[in-house]
Write a protein that binds this ligand. Structure first.
Ligand code: NAP
Length: 259
């Protein structure tokens, strides 16, 4: 299927690795020129080169913390009028809510709620004017089925989800859509470190923890980031203008509900 994206431009935040990188690669395969981002310049440069070599699109790497005002300004400086915005950032740490002070909450809300909202604010009016825009927020399956040790994530991402639910209904008349992509367990560094932390807490090996998660998952496997990237690219395509304000769970059927 031709997604009608050739020659368009996208900002893909937090995309030197993992799910963000997979979204960037899938968009590049459709001919989208990219601004990609991560805090560490080394891995970011490597990813930029890999995507550029594989697809021939223009890839501009901007090394910065996307959750800071300066970081967002640097990314927007590189591309102030993107056709596509994929919001992403690292997830907040797990823990017990009794240990989280105001600072911990503010950091989570800054990274996983306000950063995407401020980026949307910066780019959406141009999208409306040109009658094309696609915004995808990478959140988490925890928005649908909360994970108690990830309370900071549950809270901050639900705030973002609630806010964009309203905005998405205001802008779709201009062919601008906003959707959430909710990953279940995908094979990334983040998943490996979560598994290692859970294993250490239980006093078992990371392999045993991974096996126990896999045997209790209906798919008996973790997700491949490429599967995630392909869904993101489809949502950004010109055939997806009527998919709006949705929160699409990609978890191999891990969520046990019917709807
Ligand atoms: P990952 O493999 O650890 O990759 C994270 C990427 O984001 C890296 O490129 C990292 O580069 C970049 N990054 C992190 N913080 C950043 C910041 N403040 N500014 C700019 N770039 C930043 O993680 P992932 O698994 O792809 O996860 C992506 C998001 O999905 C996270 O919010 C995570 O919580 C959520 N999620 C993931 C899963 C899963 O199973 N993988 C499940 C549910 C939710 P630098 O470190 O160099 O900055």
């Amino acid at each position: 299927m031709d997604l009608g994206l050739k020659g368009k431009t996208a900002i893909v935040c937090a995309s030197s690795k993992g799910l963000g990188k997979a979204c960037a690669m899938a968009l590049a395969q459709e001919g989208v020129n990219l601004v990609i981002n991560g805090r560490s310049p080394g891995p970011l440069e490597v990813t930029a080169e890999e995507i550029q070599k594989a697809t021939g699109v223009q890839v501009t790497p901007i090394a910065c913390d996307i959750t800071s005002d300066e970081g967002r300004a640097a990314v927007l400086d590189a591309c102030s009028t993107p056709d596509i915005l994929v919001n992403n950032a690292g997830g907040p740490p797990p823990g017990d809510f009794r240990d989280w002070d105001k600072e911990a909450w503010h950091a989570a809300i800054d990274a996983n709620m306000l950063t995407p909202i401020f980026l949307i604010k910066s780019v959406i009016d141009h999208m409306i004017d040109q009658r094309f825009g696609r915004i995808v927020n990478i959140t988490s399956s925890a928005v649908k089925a909360p994970i108690s040790i990830l309370g900071l994530s549950n809270g901050a991402r639900s705030g973002l989800t609630g806010f964009v639910a309203g905005l998405a209904r205001d802008v779709v008349q201009h062919n601008v859509t906003i959707n959430g992509l909710l990953p279940g367990p995908f094979e990334t560094d983040r998943l490996s470190s979560n598994i290692a932390a859970a294993a250490a807490k239980k006093g078992i090996s990371a392999e045993d923890e991974a096996t126990s998660r896999l045997t209790s998952h209906p798919a008996r496997r973790f997700g491949d980031p490429d599967e995630f990237g392909a869904t993101c690219a489809f949502l950004c395509g010109d055939k997806s203008g009527y998919i709006n304000g949705q929160n699409i769970l990609i978890d191999g059927g891990g969520f046990p509900g019917t709807l």
